[in-house]
Design a protein around this ligand. Sequence first.
Ligand SMILES: Cc1cc2nc3c(=O)[nH]c(=O)nc-3n(C[C@H](O)[C@H](O)[C@H](O)COP(=O)(O)OP(=O)(O)OC[C@H]3O[C@@H](n4cnc5c(N)ncnc54)[C@H](O)[C@@H]3O)c2cc1C
Ligand code: FES
Length: 283
Amino acid sequence: MHTILSKQELTERTWHMRVEAPLVARACRAGQFLMLRIHENGERIPLTIADWDREAGTVDIYFQEIGATTELLATLAEGESILDVVGPLGNPTHVEKLDGTFVMVGGGFGIAAGYPVARAFKEAGNRVVAVLGAKTRKLLICEEMLKAVCDEVYVATNDGSYGKQGLVSDVLQGLLDEGEDIRLVFPVGPPIMMKVISQMTLPLKIRTVVSLNSVMVDGTGMCGSCRVTVAGKTRFVCSEGIDFDGHEVDWDEMMSRQKMYSRQEAEALAYYHEHGGCLGGKR
Ligand SMILES: Cc1cc2nc3c(=O)[nH]c(=O)nc-3n(C[C@H](O)[C@H](O)[C@H](O)COP(=O)(O)OP(=O)(O)OC[C@H]3O[C@@H](n4cnc5c(N)ncnc54)[C@H](O)[C@@H]3O)c2cc1C
Ligand code: FES
């Protein structure tokens, strides 16, 4: 059992939790994820390890309520427990000293997922810029955390309520126009955002590493549900990634596979709502 030590609502339907998980905290590195299962009949869901404290034995997760399991997770209070927390899973992000700037582009929960990677590139002695995207100011998360580990943080909001009005790709274009010597772009967030950024950097020959969030079931390379096509070859995101060359990912296939369980997910959410939060487990 893994106790929830703190819980905070960051924006509407987006939460930060600090969870007791000493084995995960001891071994994890930037770019890795965990799989959690709330109760014995629950499904396992992957979440990025956004931060950790090895001495305290804790990990931090940031999640959006978008379906039955994340809604259930959001109902848990401080002091309550999560049955299983398995990890760290996936390969750590390759961190190196670059000859130019590292740019982390984050959208949605991807902003939190990109935080440990931005921090690791800063610790490796790089100039680090973060470009954060949100629909509107009140949906923006983790800006202060990123300011603490980046040389510059830029924000784009769709409605112009904060930062530049527009998309993260507009901010990235602005940086390029101003002559920022970008050597590596790391987009993390909605697949469509990662696709657009990868398409933008391809003709410019700027290395682009994406952190893929394909649908996962076991998270250990055995079920095949997370498969994607990269450079014409089938790859399993959970065991061979989660980072891949964004210029080589078959984005259209990946995005269509994201929707493959839409009917079952809608049914699970309806069941969850109809049964007062009961998913066949304790709640
Ligand atoms: C490596 C990785 C890291 C992730 N990190 C985070 C994170 O830090 N914060 C966060 O909010 N979300 C993260 N996600 C996405 C998160 O796993 C899904 O939002 C969650 O599984 C949805 O479950 P649900 O039952 O609430 O919703 P559902 O109704 O089951 O799903 C809603 C949508 O979420 C996606 N999804 C569903 N199941 C999975 C799954 N098992 N794996 C991946 N995507 C799925 C699908 O696109 C689906 O349409 C990550 C996904 C991966 C693969
Ligand atoms: S989640 Fe099963 S193989 Fe990747």
